[in-house]
Design a protein around this ligand. Structure first.
Ligand code: HC1
Ligand code: SF4
Length: 568
């Protein structure tokens, strides 16, 4: 342990702590920009500099270890002046369009400029006028805003193992670019949006499509129908000043009506449906010697990753479309028929925690209904902006129910939003289908939590099934490398592209820490526990869908509408 003094506070911290960690323990806040709690220390912005007694030069707090007897000053005149100059230099290269920026009021640089009362900049403005890259239609790069902290590069290469971003050139000309200096869509980018969470400013963000939504709502010819992903409810409160998970589902439904949706339905409905299709697909593969392990296919960042990095293993993917796309195909067929509306008038909007869902919805094959199945995807952050624009005070919004025919769901669907949830939901159904017995305890707790890879052997009345769960593409890669090497012991694998699953999706409220992801996960399981129906095959509207329309899982209509193929 080391005894140190920081701003006059004496504190004992573990050896090898950095000044930044010691300051945090002492309750002293040191500003940072390139530092990120999930990432290795880069020490390239220098905004965290501090004075250390006995050393002539200021030290970066994020990378300097403490020693016994160290005396640190974090707010001396020299420190404050140095930090201010560093910020002024960064700002001189940064566009001054805060009012129009997607990260306005949620920007780490803007916040520091305010905290260090930067009013006039002595340095000349030297922004480069670089073009914005919206080639993916999902994740947008605005390189002029990049402050070269390299947090996006780390997220992409170390957390997601995609390596789509890197530094080109040096000194003043240095910039983060997609690999080979091409547009993002030509790089291996899988559109997971994890770089957006890493970015402290507005240099990478979602393709914002709020105006398209507003135009649809204003069009009297359009019937605007929404589906909402399971991970949205637990996080949307964070966008409107409420605690994580606090916004009641029915109040949220009422809020959606207030911003203009004509019908409010739920992706959870098709999450339950996915379990019936995917569960039966697994059983068929097990029975008939199909390709194993079967791997889940609902996370579009993961699908993009498999198509790019594991094109030889695409037969391992379940052929089930994601719940978003199943919903899209059904809303313009089954639902339109039941409601007696012209499918051509339906404008189908999905509310998603995910940036890659924008790309998924735009895939050319996603038109099984005869129309584009999902017309528009808005992220949780975009939904937050719509709510703020509408000035909703959720304390005073009276609750409302989902609309019928594709609005009912079970707890099994809710947990899709957290890593392990699809696996747990599938096991709740597969167990009962295989054994013919009632599953009394539906909680498969091995599947829960933030461990990178989780595994178990499940006994289905003598039939042993080995399963694994991976989240974050670094873990997907480990599991798929095993499959490629012929060494995978598993029958069934769940993979979600984002750390924590969809609750940590690239379209969720910006978060830097696992503690927030864990809070969201908690909110998901509380919702599951509170529901009476917790097994997908008990969803009454899904049963009705099979009786009236699909007739059986994996049947002809299911194949037409609910299953897909992949492109190496
Ligand atoms: Fe997901 Fe899914 S769980 S992929 O994470 O299978 O985005 O929430 O909507 O489609 O249901 C996302 C979440 C979501 C799909 C479902
Ligand atoms: Fe990398 Fe994902 Fe960002 Fe693409 S969206 S650059 S894959 S982190």
């Amino acid at each position: 342990m080391a005894n140190i003094t920081i701003d006059g506070i004496q504190i004992t911290v573990p050896d090898k702590s950095t000044i930044l960690q010691a300051a945090e323990a002492a309750g002293v806040k040191i500003p940072t920009l390139c530092y990120h709690p999930d990432q290795a220390v880069k020490a390239n912005c220098r905004v965290c500099v501090c004075e250390v007694e006995g050393l002539a030069l200021l030290q970066a707090a994020c990378s300097t270890p403490v020693w016994n007897g160290m005396v640190i000053k974090t707010t001396s005149p020299a420190v404050l002046e140095a930090r201010k100059t560093i910020l002024e230099l960064i700002l001189a290269h940064h566009p001054q369009d805060c009012l129009n920026c997607i990260r306005n009021r949620n920007c780490e640089l803007q916040k520091l400029a305010e905290e260090y009362f930067i009013r006039e900049n002595p340095f000349d403005q030297l922004t480069r006028g670089l073009p914005i890259d919206n080639s993916t239609g999902a994740v947008v790069r605005d390189p002029d805003k990049c402050i070269l902290c390299r947090r996006c590069e780390y997220a992409c290469s170390e957390i997601q193992t995609v390596n789509a971003l890197g530094v080109e050139d040096r000194g003043n000309h240095a910039m983060i670019v997609p690999s080979l200096g091409k547009d993002l869509v030509e790089s291996p980018c899988v559109m997971c949006g994890q770089c957006i969470h890493a970015c402290p400013v507005g240099a990478i963000h979602e393709n914002e499509q709020i105006n398209e939504f507003l135009a649809a709502v204003a069009d009297p010819e359009k019937i605007v129908v929404t589906q909402m992903a399971p991970a949205v409810r637990v996080a949307i409160g964070e966008e409107v000043g409420l605690p994580t998970g606090a916004l009641d589902m029915n109040v949220l439904v009422a809020g959606l009506r207030r911003i203009g949706f004509n019908y409010v339905l739920h992706t959870n409905f098709t999450a339950d449906l996915t379990i019936l299709e995917e569960g039966n697909e697994l059983l068929k593969r097990l029975k008939e010697g199909g390709t194993l392990p079967m791997v889940t296919s609902c996370s579009p960042g993961w699908i993009n990753f498999s198509e790019t990095f594991y094109p030889d293993l695409l037969n391992n993917l379940s052929t089930c479309k994601s719940p978003q796309q199943m919903f899209g195909a059904l809303v313009k067929t089954y639902w339109a028929e039941k409601m007696g509306v012209d499918p051509a008038k339906i404008y189908s909007v999905s509310l998603m925690p995910c940036t890659a869902k924008k790309f998924e919805a735009a895939r050319p094959e996603m038109n099984a209904s005869g129309y584009r199945d999902v017309d528009l995807v808005l992220t949780t952050r975009e939904l937050g902006r719509l709510f703020r624009m509408a000035g909703l005070n959720f304390d005073k919004v009276a609750p409302s129910d989902f609309d019928s025919w594709m609005g009912a769901y079970t707890g099994a669907a809710v947990i899709f939003g957290a890593t392990g949830g699809v696996m747990e939901a599938a096991l709740r159904t597969v167990y009962e289908v295989v054994t013919g017995k009632t599953l009394e305890n539906v909680n498969f707790t091995f599947a829960r939590g933030m461990a990178g890879i989780k595994e178990a052997e499940i006994d289905l009345d003598g039939v042993k099934v080995k399963v694994a769960i991976g989240h974050g593409l670094v873990n997907a890669r480990k599991l798929m490398d095993q499959v490629r090497a012929g060494e995978s012991p598993y029958h069934f694998i769940e993979i979600m592209a984002c750390p924590g699953g969809c609750i940590g999706g690239g379209g969720q409220p910006i978060t830097k820490c696992n503690a927030k992801r864990e809070e969201r996960i908690k909110g998901i399981y509380v919702e599951d526990e509170n529901l009476t129906l917790r097994k997908s095959h008990d969803n009454p509207e899904v049963k009705q869908l099979y009786e009236e329309f699909l007739h059986q899982p994996l049947g002809h209509k299911s194949h037409e509408l609910l299953h897909t193929h992949y492109t190496p």
